[in-house]
Design a protein around this ligand. Structure first.
Ligand code: HEC
Length: 105
């Protein structure tokens, strides 16, 4: 009895662990946005940006088709704008961020 319960517990754990160890691109992108962008930009579907002149990230796809946003984002972030610090994103980070942005459309 106990042994079988333990074995089930173990198998359950083995099934869950990879999901915990490997967050999806969307989750990584969300974390990235929360850490790096959220103090100025709204990063969810509903709230206002903490910094009023910073567009909520969910509205970016209206200015840029989401698939070309990667480039725009890299450039925008490299050149920086008045109030926004310069970010250097790796292609992986851009991929993650865009995956997250797509979930907001
Ligand atoms: C310190 C505040 C601040 C932070 C942090 C910040 N931004 Fe911004 N961002 C702004 C402001 C202010 C604007 C709008 C001003 C402008 O368009 O020049 C803006 C505009 C943008 C735009 C639109 C640019 C355009 O040309 O239309 C993008 C894309 C953007 N931010 C992405 C990001 C991303 C991605 C992050 C996180 C990695 C981030 N920002 C972090 C302040 C910030």
């Amino acid at each position: 009895m106990l042994q079988s319960a333990l074995r089930h517990g173990l198998i359950g754990l083995l099934l869950i662990t990879p999901a915990l160890a490997a967050p999806t691109a969307e989750q990584r992108g969300r974390t990235f946005a929360r850490v790096n962008c959220a103090r100025c930009h709204a990063i969810d579907r509903v709230s206002k940006s903490p910094l009023e002149i910073a567009p909520p990230l969910r509205t970016l796809h209206r200015r840029y088709p989401i698939d070309s946003l990667g480039e725009a984002l890299a450039e925008g972030i490299y050149t920086g704008h008045a109030d926004m610090p310069v970010f250097e994103l790796s292609p992986d980070q851009i991929h993650d961020l865009l995956s997250y942005l797509k979930t907001l459309e």
